[in-house]
Design a protein around this ligand. Structure first.
Ligand code: T1G
Length: 706
């Protein structure tokens, strides 16, 4: 009994419908049943044409990624495609929603393709560190040309149905009902006697020359920095100039090679980690399975500052109605201006059209009273980072809102537990730690207290899904997950290296060569050294740290060297440019701070810089795990790849530690502990895992951390 593929007869049209929730992945059962449906159609003489469609919101998200770590059960997708391509009757694919990866490759093996006007078609394999492995590098060039295929596969970004029609990937667009349009198309084929049209028999109309390859790589240079999959993509597409059987053999070999690459293992790890982090872990759910969270249509943001305005934009982008409240009319007008300028910039960069910008701006309304707050599905307070002010706002909201309605506080340094004490219902209070800029940053830390209910967490997860952000739950502690690791590990060690003799640009460049989008001192200058200093002042009210702990950044703040916004920080920035130029005055300042601490300075090589910054990050990550602040090591990887620029193709700090091997990691941490003392004390969890020959991945897979 077919479960994932249905077959219906519509006169001469055999309709094959894939139904494999949630994304119509071309899994083994689907492949088996596709073959059955094709054979059934061919045995039925009244069927003159086969039409392949899907149910649900999208055609197919591609091959089943969960099958990648084991040999592909037959029939393989390639075998299904060969069966389609050699069919004696024409086969038509009708695409709606999304056709990605193996899903689009399935459609490309059909003889004709239709797409609904709102559909998108893409080859996102490179985002998983693999190359298309079901003929994508051979059939796509035959349909759209090698150059267009190269750009589409290197970008990994879907194209619109209109673009696909224009470049030949799709034969016809359906304006309204796709099924009706597709059945009519099939009937026309039969009426006009148009038979099979195997894509594999086409030839590629254009080759790839070095200039085109270089241009395509330049276009993707930022996304592909430090990556290797692109080289395999180029090799495979170049093989599309050969006879199909030779080209597909080369693609298959290269696809296998890409699947086994560390880059692919890391990228697939992050893909699944991002989906796991957006769910309650068994360890973190405090009571029975949470109920379905309420719908969220209207959000109230209290506090019209930069964070509040960014949060308002994030919700408007997601299609929600947003009320921004502030008791200071000037703040409200500044917020309105900030929002207008932000959207104007997005229009200027062609990210959205003016009409979309106007529609989103209309979704945001300024209110100077809390009268409408009771109707909100969600209230987020984003007032100034002052505990008393936040407590006062939370207390008023607590009285104004029904007891089960979620109230979130946007804070990066304050104790959510402490703030919740200002309310009568701490179970509905949690932190939503947005990252600047709130409307663009992918990461959202959900900060739970010991009182936070599962219902509140489920609602927060829904908020993250609505905002298309990667959610990670953090227990309420110093710096939550990301900032704790940044402050106690990575950035602190970077400053220690400066005191010991490295220069800001040497440290930044070494870490950017490792793969970070931006080195620590450049990040500090960008965000503002004063922002870091203020955060540490607040955090120190919770827990202090031994010196040296950001002695350089705090001294720069005292001197008014706040970074880009004042033209000088760790670097100097001529005439408001973003170009960071080394500043001898800063070196002198660092030398003095080092001398005050009797730190002997020396030449330090890049390898030591990277090792110390990354290992200190890993060591503090293990503390965050050990203290139960993060529920999973993979959650920490999501935090650092989504919110702090850790190179995604290395999988995140904890995955990267596993690739180094925890015995090696422990040995090197012990080495630095002997040399540098305090901050390098090996975390017992690392000692325990290393001595057991284990890994953070296995730590995650134990029952305790699910
Ligand atoms: N295979 C298996 N499971 C998948 C899947 C896939 N291709 N895509 C998504 N899922 C799961 C996902 O893990 C989650 O599971 C659930 O579906 C909902 O996903 C041969 C080799 C399509 C844009 O790279 O980009 O084809 O957490 O939360 O936000 O050349 O899923 O519920 O248990 O992401 O609505 C190429 C990957 C594969 C697309 C939908 N395809 N997927 O986003 O839902 S490689 C891709 C996505 C390939 C061929 C090669 C997104 C989405 P769970 P979700 P969403």
């Amino acid at each position: 009994m077919a479960r994932n593929v249905k077959f219906d007869e519509l006169g001469p049209v055999g309709l094959v419908s894939i139904d494999n929730p949630p994304v119509n992945a071309i899994s083994h059962p689907v492949r088996l049943e596709l073959i059955d449906a094709i054979e059934r159609a061919e045995k039925n003489s009244s069927i003159k044409v086969l039409l392949i469609m899907s149910s649900g919101e999208r055609f197919s998200a591609g091959a089943d990624i969960t099958e990648f770590d084991r040999p592909q059960d037959e029939p393989s997708l390639q075998q299904v495609q060969a069966r389609i391509e050699s069919s004696l009757i024409p086969v038509v694919a009708a695409i709606h929603g999304l056709a990605l990866g193996g899903g689009l490759e399935l459609a490309m093996a059909c003889h004709y393709r239709l797409a609904h006007k709102g559909a998108k078609l893409g080859m996102p394999e490179i985002t998983l560190g693999i190359i298309p492995g079901a003929g994508g590098t051979q059939r796509l060039p035959r349909l759209v040309g090698a150059r267009a295929a190269l750009n589409m596969i290197l970008s990994g970004t879907p194209i619109s149905a209109q673009e696909a029609k224009a470049n030949g990937l799709v034969d016809e667009l359906a304006e309204d009902n796709l099924r009706d349009a597709a059945v009519s198309f099939c009937e026309r084929l039969v009426h006009e006697g148009l038979g099979p049209r195997p894509t594999c028999n086409r030839t590629v109309i254009d080759g790839l020359d070095e200039a085109e390859i270089a241009s395509a790589l330049r276009t993707q240079a930022r996304a592909l920095k430090g990556r290797t999959t692109q080289n395999l993509v180029i090799e495979a597409i170049q093989a599309s100039g050969l006879p199909f059987s030779q080209g597909i053999a080369i693609e298959t070999a290269l696809a296998q090679k890409s699947l086994a690459s560390r880059e692919s293992l890391a990228l697939r790890h992050v893909f699944f980690a991002e989906r796991k982090s957006g769910r309650l872990s068994a360890a973190s759910s405090v009571d029975a399975k949470p109920t379905q969270p309420p719908a969220i249509q209207r959000v109230v943001v209290i506090g019209a500052g930069t964070m509040g305005s960014g949060i308002a934009i994030a919700f408007a982008d997601a299609g929600l109605e947003v009320l921004v409240n502030d008791n200071d009319p000037a703040a409200l007008s500044r917020s309105g201006e900030f929002i207008r300028l932000t959207y104007a910039s997005s229009v200027r960069r062609s990210r959205i059209t003016q009409s979309v910008a106007d529609e989103r701006i209309r979704r945001i309304r300024n209110v100077d009273t809390l009268a409408e707050v009771a109707d909100a599905d969600l209230v987020i307070e984003a007032v100034f980072e002052d505990p008393e002010l936040k407590k006062d706002v939370l207390s008023k909201l607590d009285s104004a809102l029904p007891a089960q309605r979620l109230i979130a506080t946007n804070t990066s340094t304050l104790s959510v537990t402490e703030l919740a004490r200002a309310t009568a219902h701490p179970e509905r209070i949690l932190g939503l730690h947005f990252f600047v800029p709130a409307h663009a940053s992918k990461l959202l830390e959900i900060v739970r207290t010991d009182h936070t209910s599962s219902e509140s967490l489920s609602t927060a997860f829904r908020v993250a899904r609505v905002l298309k952000k990667s959610a990670v739950v953090s227990r309420d502690a110093f710096g939550f997950i990301g900032n704790r690791m940044m402050l106690d590990g990575y950035f602190r060690e970077a400053e220690q290296l400066l005191l010991e003799g490295a220069t800001p640009s040497q440290v930044d460049t070494a870490l950017e060569n490792f793969g970070f989008a931006m080195g620590p001192q450049r990040v500090s200058d960008l965000g503002g050294n004063d922002v870091g200093t203020k955060a540490r002042v607040q955090l120190f009210k919770r827990e202090s740290r031994p010196d040296p702990y950001f002695a350089i950044a705090d001294r720069l703040t005292e001197m008014g060297r706040l970074g880009q916004k004042t033209g000088r920080g760790f670097y100097c920035y001529e005439d408001g440019s973003h170009e960071a130029a080394s500043d001898p005055e800063v070196i002198e300042l660092i030398e003095k701070l080092a001398a005050d601490r009797s730190i002997r300075r020396r030449e330090i090589n890049d390898q030591e810089i990277v090792e110390r910054c990354i290992l200190s990050l890993i060591n503090v990550g293990a503390m965050v795990l050990e203290e139960g602040i993060a529920a999973r090591a993979s959650d920490i990887d999501v935090v650092w790849t989504s919110g702090y620029g850790f190179p995604r193709h290395l999988g995140g700090p904890m995955f990267y530690a596993d690739t180094l091997g925890l015995s090696h990691v422990l040995q090197r941490i012990r080495h630095y502990h002997e040399k540098l003392g305090h901050y390098w004390r090996p975390t017992p969890t690392i000692e325990r895992l290393a001595s057991a020959g284990s890994s953070f991945e296995r730590w995650d897979n134990t029952a305790g951390s699910q």
